[in-house]
Design a protein around this ligand. Sequence first.
Ligand SMILES: Cc1ncc(C[n+]2csc(CCOP(=O)(O)OP(=O)(O)O)c2C)c(N)n1
Length: 446
Amino acid sequence: MLRSARVLPLCLKRLSQCRQLTSTPLTIPAKTQGVLPTSQSAIVSKMQFFNSVTPDGSQIPTYRVIDGSGKPIEGAEVPEITEELARRLYEYMQLLPTLDNLLYNVQRQGKISFYMTSYGEEATVIGSAAALAPDDEVLGQYRESGVLLWRGFGLSNIMSQCFGNEDDTSSKGRQMPVHYSSKEHHFHPISSPLTTQVPQAAGVGYALKRDPARRDKNIAVVFFGDGAASEGDFHAGLLLASTIPSPTLFIARNNGFAISTPSTEQYYGDGIAARGPGYGVDTIRVDGNDVLAVMNAVTEGKRRCLEGGRAVLIEAMSYRVSHHSTSDDSFAYRPRSEVEDRKRIDNPISRFKLYMESRGWWSEEEDEALKTRLKKEVMDAFKKAEVRKRPELGEMFKDVWGGEEPWMIKEQREELGALLKKYGETWEPWRNELAKFKDNGKKLLE
Ligand SMILES: Cc1ncc(C[n+]2csc(CCOP(=O)(O)OP(=O)(O)O)c2C)c(N)n1
């Protein structure tokens, strides 16, 4: 009683102030007119709260071109691609699982330490790669090796990186497998900490905008998973690209899982696409298993980025068919039957194969021949990389800082040298390990 007795006069005073305000219209400075919401903005008679979660369960639509049986959907915009381009798309989509099968097994044999596949996301990655220019700057998460392959990085560079051998042009044998990079192919280094690439991409996009030679030509493209989009860096990146506009294309690969966490536990709203409008970013959701739809969406996304100098968000829907990585057993958290069903029912490769066949561009014989050729090419690259030595052991201390070598690096190198002197020749595990390096670690002893 006492409390409300004190509060009531205060409320009445505020109410009368409000009345005064509404009866004397505010003068809005010209600069902010139409920019800031004010009490003069359009008034709704009934309060309309809005949400991406709707009472009738309707969702942001998914853009598609071909259906599950490879047939163009009625009224769909089928891109005018040549038979040659269609064959190339199909070949690169087939190359990914061929490569993944081999490296997955190679990891199981203990020959490489780790591996991650792109199973189920072939159309998202290859469709995007095909729609971009080879010098658009790409910042990947880790399932986008298809972009590099599409750009001509080559199987031998992929193998050398995974083996960390002396031919590893990405990281001189210093990185975990799948951490590719290539300046020549405009593919920025993969980094393990999730989502760091997202705000970086907004920066890369801004740098492109500042460069007169590239501002009308190139965009920054960043790939990230639905799990990565749960990190603060996702929001930082989108906010950055929204407030300091830049031609940055954000491609969310929504494959349904962040390791064992299903996407349903990662957001309550309507996926990642629902977040774009909050940042004033043009957004589309696309069927990530439909390579033609992905190509169209990325082509249009890039056009909008360049035209408006602003960011665009694409959410590509797919399903992560593989375990998260070789360190994961996904059957501990999802039924095997679900994975088998998804592989069969909505396979991006067979969908496109059916489309190719319907155009008279592909046959079973060609399919067999392609698979045999790809297997051989992958196997040849693997055999070459497997026997190559690792870079000189001392390489690991180089290029850490530019300029003069700091004291701690010097100290660490000396420490390793001393350990090598003590155990290198006498202790078998060390002897065996050192034999894998180009110089057997000898240079560190000098
Ligand atoms: C900052 C950070 N937190 C956690 C991890 C561990 N981690 C690696 S991948 C991953 C899941 C990412 O899922 P998503 O972004 O959906 O990509 P997907 O693997 O499904 O392609 C997690 C949690 C990490 N690498 N970095």
